[in-house]
Design a protein around this ligand. Structure first.
Ligand SMILES: [Zn+2]
Length: 296
């Protein structure tokens, strides 16, 4: 939804479209970048990370995996989907599908993420990361373990990764961590202990972790805020709910205009006496149900 009503002092003058300072972690918490890593990984783990995403040369044989071919069913299906979705780009017909399938096979063959070993797959299962294989969705109960435990093979998981959204960054992390353990190397940068940064002063990190955002001051005024960013005001402050609703439904707002009854309902439901509503709750039922789709 991305909009909420806040009650702020009538004289509140924080600039519109500028994130409220209380929502932003202060610059003083910025750490110095670690000189020895990019993201907290050890050099060995960074190397595996680069292999995972194909940023450095990867060979499927290194994990005992079979290279994908343009006519592997999962590759072929992927290519058919791409071509079908954008015929203007790929062209049409068998030749376009085969060409795209060849491109995809070559791309996938350059990434560890498409060629997991059985050890990698076992690590994902142990980490609870392959629910598509090991769990079923039970109505009313969500994901439940299959009655008989399933141990997916590497080939099955690699095929699945092409047919689904593939592995996310958490899967990458789980597999890299497990591989480092098997290889007897640390997965964590020893210089920064995995933080990817170094404290500028003793206790900086603890201070940063203890930091909490502060809301703008409360008062008698009515103001519209966007919550797409951390949160910033996007209207003047009005001294009444009607004032804000009237502003929202002013035809001069062009494509940001909101019908009057929708605006009034939004302003009413966007404010609860117990405090400011968080986006996505409360007024969601009111305004979204009415169908107000404000842009961004
Ligand atoms: Zn480091």
């Amino acid at each position: 939804m991305g909009r909420e009503v806040r009650r702020v002092p009538l004289g509140f003058d924080w600039p519109q479209n500028k994130v409220w300072e209380g929502f932003l972690s202060p610059d003083k918490f910025d750490e110095d970048p670690c000189p020895d890593c990019k993201s907290g990984y050890s050099p060995q783990a960074q190397n595996l990370y680069d292999l995972w995403y194909g940023k450095i040369p990867f060979d499927p044989a290194s994990t005992g995996s079979t290279p994908w071919r343009h006519d592997s069913p999962a590759v072929r299906a992927f290519a058919e989907r791409n071509v079908g979705n954008a015929p203007d780009y790929y062209g049409t017909g068998e030749i376009s599908i085969v060409r795209e399938a060849q491109r995809l096979a070559s791309l996938f063959n350059g990434q560890w993420s498409c060629h997991l070993s059985q050890d990698d797959v076992d690590a994902l299962v142990a980490g609870g990361r392959l629910y598509d294989f090991t769990h079923d969705v039970v109505p009313g109960k969500g994901w439940q373990p299959k009655p008989t435990p399933v141990a997916p093979t590497a080939a099955e998981v690699n095929e699945w990764s092409l047919r689904s959204m593939g592995h996310d960054s958490i899967n990458a992390h789980v597999v890299i961590k497990a591989r480092c353990k098997r290889e007897g190397v640390t997965d964590t940068c020893p210089t920064c202990d995995g933080h990817a940064g170094l404290e500028r002063y003793e206790g900086q990190r603890a201070e940063a972790e203890a930091w909490e955002p502060t809301d703008p001051p409360e008062g008698e005024g009515w103001q519209l805020w966007e919550t797409v960013s951390e949160g910033s005001p996007i209207s003047p402050v009005f001294d009444s709910a009607d004032g804000l609703a009237g502003w929202m439904s002013d035809p001069a707002r062009g494509d940001r205009w909101v019908p009057g009854d929708v605006a009034r309902k939004f302003v009413e439901e966007g404010w609860a006496p117990t405090g400011v509503l968080s986006a996505g709750h409360g007024f969601q039922s009111g305004v979204e149900a009415i169908g107000w789709n404000d842009k961004a």
